[in-house]
Structures are given as structure tokens and as C-alpha cells.
Design a protein around this ligand. Structure first.
Ligand code: GDP
Length: 195
């Protein structure tokens, strides 16, 4: 995809604020700090459109970014942040679950996992939940540049096995720093939205 235009649209706190132009939506899920904002910025060739988060877990909003006149990236609030209360976590769950289950234009969830570490319990729960509900998901492993290339496959295997991904399915290796995985990820997104 050639990105000619990318703009921040809204931090939505509920369905009444979601865009109503029916463009396909690609959501990003992952723990706080996993690299969601950096991935968005890299995908659209901008340094700082998606703010790299200074207050992880505090923003309980869906952040919409419009790409050309073609699609939206929807940045979901980071999960697994220890410093929010149980009530806040439950609210987070309902809000996001509703979006993921009922949002008609949602075409794909990119679930981001830090390649350096095995997926956490939260990562596993998220992946299982998406699969269980039949939400299309691809696993993107971030920060690949932080470990030697010789270890990428070994780490990817741990991610695949810990999440219980199907045989033959591979996480997509990504680095916002290097731009690694960018073209491959755009190809998958375009395929998914029928470009
Ligand atoms: P978010 O909370 O998921 O939106 O995470 P951010 O995009 O804000 O990234 C969290 C931190 O990880 C920031 O300091 C980023 O600079 C860093 N980071 C994100 N992606 C990468 C990457 O691919 N490589 C490296 N080296 N650092 C990254």
C-alpha cells in the first residue's frame, strides 16, 4: 500500500463515536509498551502520528487513524497493565469485547507480541479468546532488532508454541526500528480487505 495520507481521527470512548463511513478497520491489540504506536508510525511512514505512549494503560479509548481513503487502524488500549484496578480491567474487557465481537467493519486484529519474551498469560488469553470467537487474527512479533537475527526463529517458535498457533502458521517478524516486516504486513492487510 502506498500511503499518501494518514490522519488521526478520534479517541473514541464508545460506539457512538466510531466512524460511520464503513471503511474496513484493522485493530491492534497487545500489552502496553509492546510497540503498537511505533508499528503504526512505521506502517504509515510517520515519525510521530501515533504518539508513543507516555502513560501506558491509562488511555481507555479506541484511537482511530485513517489511511488514505481506504481503511482505519484502530489502536486498542494496551492490556495487562498492573497498575489499573480490577474494576477498570473489567470495564476494559467489556468495552473491547463489544468492539471485537460486534463491530461490522472490523476485518482483522493484529496481535502484537514482544519477540524477546514468551507470550504472557494475558497474551495467551487474548489469542485464545480471539480464536474462540472466530475473529481473524495475525500475530506480529515486535522489536526483532533487539535480539540477534540468529535467534529470531527460535524465539518465533516459542511464541508459536506458547500461543498454540496452528501448524504451518508463523508469527510475522517485525521491527519498527528497521522497517522489517512492513511490506509483508501491508500485503496481508490488503489481502484481507480485498485490495
Ligand atoms: P505501545 O505502548 O504499544 O504503543 O508501545 P510504543 O510504540 O510506545 O513502544 C514502547 C517502547 O518500545 C518505545 O520506547 C519504543 O521506542 C520502543 N519500540 C517499539 N517498537 C520497537 C522496535 O521495533 N524496536 C526497538 N528497538 N524499540 C521499539
Amino acid at each position: 500500500m502506498k500511503v499518501n495520507q494518514a490522519e488521526f481521527i478520534i479517541s473514541a470512548v464508545g460506539p457512538s463515536q466510531y466512524p460511520d463511513d464503513a471503511l474496513p478497520e484493522i485493530a491492534l491489540a497487545g500489552r502496553s509498551n509492546v510497540g503498537k504506536s511505533s508499528l503504526i508510525n512505521r506502517m504509515i511512514n510517520r515519525k510521530n502520528l501515533a504518539r508513543t505512549s507516555s502513560q501506558p494503560g491509562k488511555t481507555q479509548t479506541l484511537n482511530y487513524y485513517k489511511i488514505n481513503q481506504d481503511l482505519y487502524f484502530v489502536d486498542l488500549p494496551g492490556y495487562g497493565y498492573a497498575r489499573v484496578s480490577k474494576t477498570q480491567r473489567e470495564q476494559w474487557g467489556k468495552f473491547i469485547e463489544n468492539y471485537l465481537l460486534n463491530r461490522e467493519p472490523l476485518k482483522l486484529v493484529m496481535q502484537l507480541i514482544d519477540l524477546r519474551h514468551p507470550p504472557t498469560k494475558d497474551d495467551q488469553a487474548m489469542y485464545e479468546w480471539l480464536r474462540h470467537h472466530g475473529v481473524p487474527v495475525i500475530v506480529v512479533t515486535t522489536k526483532a532488532d533487539k535480539i540477534p537475527k540468529s535467534k529470531w526463529q527460535k524465539h518465533a517458535k516459542v511464541v508459536r508454541e506458547t500461543l498454540g498457533m496452528d501448524k504451518g502458521e508463523q508469527p510475522l517478524l517485525f521491527s519498527s526500528e528497521l522497517g522489517l516486516g512492513k511490506d509483508e504486513l501491508w500485503d496481508l492487510i490488503e489481502k484481507r480487505i480485498g485490495f
